[in-house]
Design a protein around this ligand. Structure first.
Ligand SMILES: C[S@@+](CC[C@H](N)C(=O)[O-])C[C@H]1O[C@@H](n2cnc3c(N)ncnc32)[C@H](O)[C@@H]1O
Length: 229
């Protein structure tokens, strides 16, 4: 009795997650993006199928809230990962603010999968130490999110470097340890305070820096499992 924001993966229907596929197969209503594989859509054999095509985002948000309130099992199937240029955050906030429980089922994003499928590793020792991700639609927003892999052991230096690069020390930031696992731990603090706040956190951990971190409170109001966000 909820709404699931499910990542369908980058294109190949075999690249949806096991959980995502089970939800698609058992839902009452499937609302899918145009680029989602028809093979995946066909697996929702008992469901009412709705295409996102030609509908405004606000209409989709309203549909998710209304269907969720009716107690239906609703899968919102989105290309790649719902939270990477997928407007999944907007749908999650609409559901949370309406008090409709939801869960996010991450997907394999084209971010790493598409270059990999073309034989291009995103990082390579001795060649590339980082990745920059931008939207071609620059009007969407001006802010940026910084992700730091393997940053826990030198967190104070990592945060200082970001401040030296121009990040305001008050920028919202988080350290997420053992993400998606039952003992996931999330420490949120301003960038300037993050190293002290996350002193006790254990590896593996990802550091996230940017205003998106402050959306977390709004999303968690409606989420079923914190570990799924
Ligand atoms: C609106 S964004 C959605 C991204 C998606 N949420 C993700 O995590 O991959 C759509 C853009 O992702 C990229 N993209 C998604 N799937 C792709 C694929 N199979 N091959 C190449 N690019 C792809 C393209 O740049 C496309 O314009």
């Amino acid at each position: 009795m909820t709404v699931w924001l499910v990542g369908a993966g980058p294109g190949d229907p075999g690249l949806i997650t096991v959980r995502g596929q089970a939800l698609v197969r058992n839902c009452d209503v499937l609302i899918h993006d145009r680029l989602v594989s028809p093979e995946l859509v066909a697996q929702a054999s008992g469901a009412l199928i709705v295409s996102r095509d030609g509908r405004e985002q606000e209409e989709i948000n309203r549909m998710l809230v209304e269907l969720g309130r009716k107690g239906l099992e609703v899968v919102r199937l989105k290309g790649g990962d719902p939270f990477v240029y997928g407007r999944g955050g907007e749908e999650a906030i609409a559901l949370a603010e309406a008090g409709v429980p939801f869960e996010v089922v991450p997907g394999v994003s084209s971010l790493a999968a598409v270059p990999a499928a073309a034989g291009i590793p995103l990082t390579h020792r001795g060649v590339s130490a980082g990745v920059r991700v931008y939207s071609g639609r620059t009007a969407e927003a001006s802010g940026e999110t910084v992700l730091v892999f393997m940053g826990l052991h030198e967190l104070a230096r990592v945060c200082d470097d970001l401040v030296a690069e121009g990040f305001d020390p008050s920028t919202p930031a988080a350290v997420i340890s053992r993400g998606t696992l039952p003992d996931q731990e999330v420490v949120v603090a301003e960038l300037g305070e993050l190293a002290a706040a996350a002193e006790e956190v254990s590896a593996p951990a990802l550091v996230v820096v940017g205003e998106v971190v402050s959306l977390r409170d709004r999303l968690l109001a409606g989420v079923l499992q914190e570990s799924a966000v």
